[in-house]
Design a binder for this molecule. Sequence first.
Ligand SMILES: Nc1ncnc2c1ncn2[C@@H]1O[C@H](COP(=O)(O)OP(=O)(O)OP(=O)(O)O)[C@@H](O)[C@H]1O
Length: 451
Amino acid sequence: MGEMDKIWGQAREELQKIVGADSFATWIEPLKLTEVEQGNAIIACPTRFLSDWVSRHYSDDILQVLDRLGAPVSRLTFETRSQTSRQVQAAAEAPKRPSRVHAEEELTAPLDQRFTFDNFVVGKPNELAHAAARRVAEGGPVTFNPLFLYGGVGLGKTHLMHAIARETQLRQPDARVLYLSAEQFMYRFVQALRDRTVMDFKELFRTVSVLMVDDVQFIAGKDSTQEEFFHTFNTLVDQGKQIVISADRAPGEIKDMEERIKSRLQCGLVVDLHPTDYELRLGILQSKTDAFRVQYPGLQLAPGVLEFLAHRITSNVRVLEGALQRLFAFASLMGREITLDMTQECLADILRANDRKVSIEEIQRKVAEHYNVRLADLIGPKRVRTVARPRQIAMYLSKQMTSRSLPEIGRRFGGRDHTTIMHGVRKIEELRSADRSLAEDIDLLRRLLEA
Ligand SMILES: Nc1ncnc2c1ncn2[C@@H]1O[C@H](COP(=O)(O)OP(=O)(O)OP(=O)(O)O)[C@@H](O)[C@H]1O
């Protein structure tokens, strides 16, 4: 067995544990590692569609697993077999199934086993989206059509879409649920145009019970795809069929999307997934930790680690999950308890990327609020002690927490000279070591500003 086959064999075992048996069979099984060269792993993949999906959804997992197995890889390149061999393969497979069934199976993107309602942690920022998704999945009379879910990267849109599709299939086994990305919609449409099978395409789309299209912003600027999408959409709505759409922004904000489509998209229920808050992040971390404990039995987790992560990693849930996954893998490899020190060491890059940039204005506002003085007084010329001390604290924090120079800070404090700022910073440094309650006040303010 060659070196690549050996590594890939081990990687496949690991990946199966991470993604689950079904997703593994659908997405990872058909792949083959052919070469690792200067940090680049070349992976052979039977179709473009498969490589697109795998690179969007499983790249991080594959990279992490290869890394863990000692293959120093920082990039993945997917190589698809040539067009000719793909056609030969398709032709060889075609007679096995009736053509209609074949087409439907190909159209619906497989569902990720991990994306269920049970695994979705609900908090303030996503409770409305979750409730609407559940309502749609319950079936019954269509009350809002379409359901339009939108939100920033990695906040759970795809997760909710898969959960709706799965739940609908469970509750109504006869319902034809079609779930696909807008990119796949376009790809299929273009293929139908090329193969002169547009009528079949229309027929197929217009006879589904539930149509779900992920990342609809993708068809912006693609005129004929938009046109076709619009007609499909109207036909289904007229027939009272449920449509669920997701996008990275609100319908009205999608550029290069025809007005009539935008307005159609807005006529149902539009709900957004807000950025996560601390409580939701902590809830998600706790739920993922429970899942990881099954995968890594016996692993010890020191108190405070999850709170630290929820506090420091605020970008999105995907990053949060990736961080936890790396931490568990690292700890299990080292056979050590997960402590705060290990967390900081193992996730240094992610933590750095998530460091909050605090502005001088935020510092001034927070300090003024904390000491109950007016913002205008904090910045203005008043010299009374009740204002002068908080002002110096704000100067000190501005120097510590931002990369601004003393003259720049001076300008934001009502045009003061840089020597005044330096004096203020020094004064607080002195007082800090002598006055405990002042030191505690400053720590509290810093924590509030970093949150
Ligand atoms: N509330 C939640 N509870 C549990 N897991 C969540 C939650 N929100 C997001 N996730 C997880 O975060 C990851 C990213 O979510 P998802 O793929 O649904 O994001 P998205 O909004 O579709 O992002 P993108 O715009 O990048 O496609 C997934 O693994 C998902 O399971």
